[in-house]
Design a protein around this ligand. Structure first.
Ligand code: KG4
Ligand code: ZN
Length: 362
């Protein structure tokens, strides 16, 4: 079985071919055309520009994915396409392209949820690696999501926690922008925080520095004090707007008082609160809903501090941790093709009236 996955929900036009061999999902090609350089000029994604760029890139990207995989469209089992959630104009480019291709080659068309697809990136395994065993807990952390799901099997996901306002990635991007990190700020924020943890603690190892941060003078100083975005009301929800506002206020205070400001230590203090909040809700979720595995998905799954922290929790709880390689954390077509496989087996099909939707679909 071979699947073509098409992704165009935000600022990446992507396509990939995934083949199933002995129940293992093997990536035969994965082509990503990023629009980041274009949007960077504006400090964020401009939806109208994104749609136009998808239209320009999509034929080439899909052709390259098929050619690299030495696959003719006739050989495909099905075409999967991200149909929700995302920017509506951007989604429509992929959906309409997929509809045309499916009609031209008389292939089944499978609508795919973007967040389920991010989680499905963890199903693409190297030889000898196992798939996450249900029931498992999935954490989706991206530019638009901070959500926890209890996955009863590969199709049935129960939302058990989510952000009530900003998403974690969006908050890194917004605060990063204020301290001069170019869009998207996540990876730069990650590196700057690593520097901050080392400087604040005097440690020389990144993970040791993160662990020691709570005891540092910087953490205890009111200058860098920030609130936790984990809700304190017994739910597994998050709220990042309070953390973001407190961070902006803190930056203003430095500006007004002219006190010495350490950008890296500030980034570290921010990252620490964000990562600890996610870790706290994940630990709580794992104790409320016994799971065999923890799957971490989405662009923020690339965060080195979050990866290390969650890996510690998984070891302590003796459960398997599945975090995709960095190449599969951001938006890509392989995750869409992987999700297409499970949706196809479950009988999910779209007709030629398939439409895109900006709203969450899980
Ligand atoms: O999943 P994704 O590529 O797109 C959405 O579906 O939103 O996630 C993009 C987000 C951006 O906010 C970006 O800044 C963030 O992922 N990101 C990171 C890192 N790499 C990317 N955030 C924190 N640390 C990183 N290393
Ligand atoms: Zn995404």
């Amino acid at each position: 079985m071979k699947y073509l996955g098409i992704e165009s929900s935000c600022d990446e036009t992507a396509a990939a071919v995934v083949e199933v061999v002995d129940d293992r999902l093997i990536i035969r090609s994965s082509i990503v055309a990023s629009q980041i350089e274009t949007h960077r000029l504006y400090g964020g994604v401009v939806p109208e520009i994104a749609s136009r760029a998808h239209i320009e890139a999509i034929s080439r990207v899909v052709r390259e994915a098929l050619d690299t995989a030495s696959t003719r469209p006739e050989e495909l089992t099905a075409i999967g396409v991200t149909a929700h959630p995302g920017l509506i104009g951007a989604l429509l480019c992929g959906v309409n392209f997929a509809k045309g291709l499916a009609a031209a080659y008389d292939l089944p068309l499978v609508p795919v949820d973007h967040i389920k697809a991010h989680i499905a990136a963890a199903y693409c395994k190297e030889e000898g690696e196992e798939l996450p065993k249900p029931p498992f807990l999935a954490l989706a952390v991206s530019g638009g999501h901070t959500s926890l799901y209890l996955c009863e099997d590969y199709m049935h996901f129960r939302p058990i926690g989510e952000t009530r306002d900003d998403a974690i990635g969006e908050s890194f991007d917004k605060i990063g922008r204020v301290i001069g990190i170019p869009y998207p700020a996540g990876a730069g924020f990650d590196r700057l925080s690593a520097e901050g943890f080392l400087r604040a603690t005097g440690e020389d190892d990144a993970e040791a520095a993160y662990r020691a941060f709570k005891k540092s003078a910087a953490y205890k100083s009111p200058d860098y004090k920030l609130p936790s975005p984990a809700m304190q009301d017994g739910t597994l929800d998050f709220s990042f707007s309070g953390l973001k506002t407190a961070a902006i206020n803190l930056l203003h205070r430095f500006e007004q008082t002219g006190a010495d400001f350490d950008r890296a230590v500030f980034a570290a203090a921010y990252t620490y609160q964000a990562v600890e909040a996610v870790a706290r809700q994940v630990e709580e979720a794992l104790s409320r809903y016994p799971s065999h595995a923890l799957v971490v998905a989405g662009g923020v799954a690339a965060n080195s501090h979050l990866r290390a922290r969650l890996s510690g929790i998984a070891k302590r709880k003796r459960i398997a941790l599945h975090i995709p390689p960095l190449s599969l954390c951001g938006d890509n077509g392989a995750m869409v093709a992987a999700e297409t496989h499970f949706a196809y087996l479950a009988g999910v099909r779209a007709g030629d009236d398939l439409n895109a939707s900006a709203a969450d679909g899980i």
